[in-house]
Design a protein around this ligand. Structure first.
Ligand code: G3D
Ligand code: MG
Length: 177
């Protein structure tokens, strides 16, 4: 059986280690949060099919490992990316400071892609180290389409983050055709 999709969008999950990239993609693709993943060893592919505005699209999601030892392989995985969720952990400011380097690295492999800035773990409100205002300001400064706060644990805003990228990519495609 063959399925026809109008568009396939290659989307990367970027961000420092343990910010929740694998949890977010698992939540979006499988609808659940699991505590026991094997540590990502380079790249893990996932896909999800959806209809946006009556058009069938495939989200091709690339969950990359943040460790420096995978930096060389990352450049290959990054090619042809159309969008990225650039994720940080709201409870660890160092991961917020790290987002710019991810955007620069991804842009150097695929310059025309778009980015959404994602502050994850917003279920841990008491441990928050980055305010929503700071998140918004950083998204604007770095030219991201938006800033959104998520929880892979509760599921809050997770689908919305992927959908914002998907919708923006679809509209871009439609404008250029
Ligand atoms: P990574 O793929 O970016 O490296 P993971 O991150 O998805 O492996 O998540 C790292 C840790 O953060 C995991 O905890 C995971 O359960 C937790 N986590 C991910 N997202 C959330 C969230 O939204 N809220 C909370 N409270 N925790 C989250 P462990 O303990 O397994 O290391
Ligand atoms: Mg991971």
């Amino acid at each position: 059986m063959s399925q026809q999709f109008s568009y396939t969008f290659k989307i990367l999950l970027l961000g420092d280690g343990a910010v929740g990239k694998t949890s977010l993609v698992q939540r979006f693709v499988h609808g659940k949060f699991s505590k026991s993943y094997l540590m990502t060893i380079g790249m893990e592919p996932y896909s999800r099919y959806e209809t946006i505005d009556g058009i069938k699209v495939c989200y091709s999601l690339w969950d990359i490992a943040g460790q420096d030892r995978f930096a060389v392989m990352r450049n290959l995985f990054f090619r042809g990316a159309m969008g990225s969720l650039v994720t940080f952990d709201l409870t660890r400011r160092a991961t917020f400071d790290g987002v710019e380097k991810w955007i620069n690295e991804a842009k150097s492999a695929s310059p025309n892609q778009l980015f959404i800035l994602v502050g994850n773990k917003n279920d841990l409100e008491d441990l928050r180290e980055v305010s929503p205002e700071e998140g918004k300001a950083k998204a604007e400064e770095l030219g991201c389409i938006n800033y959104i706060e998520t929880s892979a644990k509760t599921g809050a805003n997770v689908a919305e983050a992927f959908h914002q990228i998907g919708r923006t990519l679809l509209h871009r495609k439609q404008e250029t055709e």
